[in-house]
Design a protein around this ligand. Structure first.
Ligand code: GDP
Length: 444
């Protein structure tokens, strides 16, 4: 996805500067300029880019920096924090409550991915223990109900709609009332995205909203719409006052920055992003992990959630991360899980450092590389697997033995160990995250 290219460019700009001998104000300005150009080319709004430039320059004020300050870390942190600010609206996303009906209404233009995303979201909640269902309130487009029906059937989600009614507010109200009576917890209402006149579309949205009084209205935005995202989201906001945004098609070649700018324009949180056409291609959006992943620093939390949703065997990894530990065996188990999880290019971004390591490889090459990493682990003793990796540094002959046993090279063994070291560092920093996540999931 192009956002990853943006991440790579920003990362390169920061790394070039922090690696250079001459870390002076001129070089720093050059880095800030390169970051801003990358953002502008990705369609991020000009005003936002200008604010970001000022903030980075204010945080890293070269003239006032005492010599002892670690400039490199300060610069890295400032860039990271500003990028997070860019996608963080400082508004709490909606959290549905268990045991009560949560009515969620979807709005957005036709073709934005609304119907697909409705089903993805219903499924997402379904796999997390919510009794979920779908209502089709698009009576304008012939075939809308059929499409929802097909998607819902595939995902085994109960649905409601009408092939004959011409009153979307009535269909929506009927569907919501029926599912409320049947004690559904997540009731998602899909609406029309097109009319003969724009005004008609907006009138219809208001009528449906009045008829069902949703607990949450979500606007679906196509990542490919670029600069128009801001105007479009503002127009929808004025009429439907949505509380969350879902950005779709982030897997395509869109630059995505326009959609991100819609967050700032409407002060509304992005709650999920669509990452493909498949039912499972929906990821929860959180500012920090998103930026972290974009910059190739991984998204461990996303990875853990993904593994949980797929009900793959996580062995002891969760427990270890909660304790701030990450062994070589944990790395092997996670590599094995990733290989079961679908397109490697998508998953690799979640593991810190792995994307850089796989840089430029296609899915086939990447999966060959992962297989070799697993062979390496399989040639290790239990003592080595359960270690934090230091044992190899203390006794380097172990690396030669493992390389020979797995038919790989010492260089590859070293690479695997440095990968594990990065993750162990992350796990240490996040110590307790596993427990927090388990608690957060219970509250969802
Ligand atoms: P609607 O008119 O807003 O209901 O849009 P649809 O749900 O019919 O989606 C329009 C097209 O976008 C379909 O071909 C979907 O498969 C595709 N689509 C939806 N979400 C995504 C996504 O996240 N990634 C990709 N690549 N395609 C998507």
């Amino acid at each position: 996805m192009v956002l990853q290219d943006l991440g790579r460019r920003i990362n390169a700009a920061v790394s070039d500067l922090t690696r250079s001998q001459n870390l002076d104000e001129k070089a720093f300005d050059g880095m800030v300029k390169e970051i801003c150009n990358a953002l502008l080319e990705a369609d991020v709004n000009v005003k936002l880019v200008s604010t970001l430039r000022k903030s980075i320059k204010n945080t890293v004020n070269f003239k006032d920096l005492p010599p002892a300050v670690n400039k490199k870390r300060l610069i890295q942190k400032a860039v990271f924090d500003e990028l997070v600010k860019l996608v963080d609206p400082h508004a709490e996303p909606f959290k549905p409550k268990k045991g009560k009906p949560n009515v969620i209404m979807f709005v957005g233009l036709q073709g934005s991915g609304k119907t697909t995303t409705c089903t993805k979201l219903a499924r997402w909640y379904q796999t997390r223990g919510f009794k979920s269902c779908l209502v089709c309130a698009d009576t304008f487009r012939a075939g809308a109900f059929d499409q929802l029906k097909q998607n819902a059937t595939k995902a085994k989600i109960p649905y409601f709609g009408s092939l004959t009614s011409t009153d979307p507010a009535l269909v929506a109200a009927e569907g919501v009332a029926k599912f409320k009576k049947e004690r559904f917890e997540i009731i998602i209402v899909d609406t029309s995205g097109r009319h003969r006149q724009e005004k008609d579309l907006f009138d219809e949205m208001t009528q449906i909203q009045r008829a069902i009084t949703p607990d949450q209205t979500i606007m679906v935005l196509d990542a490919t719409i670029g600069q128009q995202a801001e105007a479009q989201s503002k127009a929808f906001k004025e009429t439907a006052d949505f509380g969350s945004i879902i950005i779709t098609k982030t897997d395509g070649h869109a630059s995505g920055g326009g959609a991100i700018s819609a967050v700032a324009a409407t002060h509304t949180p992005i709650v999920f992003i669509g990452t493909g056409e498949h039912m499972l291609d929906l990821e929860r959006f959180q500012p920090q992990p998103f930026v972290s992943k974009m910059l190739g620093m991984g998204d461990m939390q996303g990875l853990v959630e993904h593994v949980q949703a797929l009900k793959l065997d996580q062995k002891d990894t969760m427990k270890h991360i909660a304790e701030g530990v990450f062994t070589v065996r944990d790395l092997r188990d996670q590599l094995q899980n990733i290989m079961k999880m679908g397109p490697l290019s998508k998953m690799a971004g979640m593991i810190p450092g792995l994307n850089q390591m796989m840089g430029g490889m296609d899915d086939e090459e990447g999966s060959m590389k992962m297989k070799r990493m697993i062979y390496i682990c399989d040639s290790m003793t239990n003592k080595e697997l359960d270690s934090d990796g230091k044992i190899f540094v203390e006794q380097p002959s172990r690396m030669t033995r493992v390389a020979r046993g797995s038919g790989t090279s010492v260089r590859e063994v070293e690479e695997l160990l440095s990968q594990q070291k990065v993750m162990a560092g992350m796990a240490k920093k996040m110590g307790g995250m596993g427990k927090n996540m388990a608690r957060a999931q219970q509250q969802m």
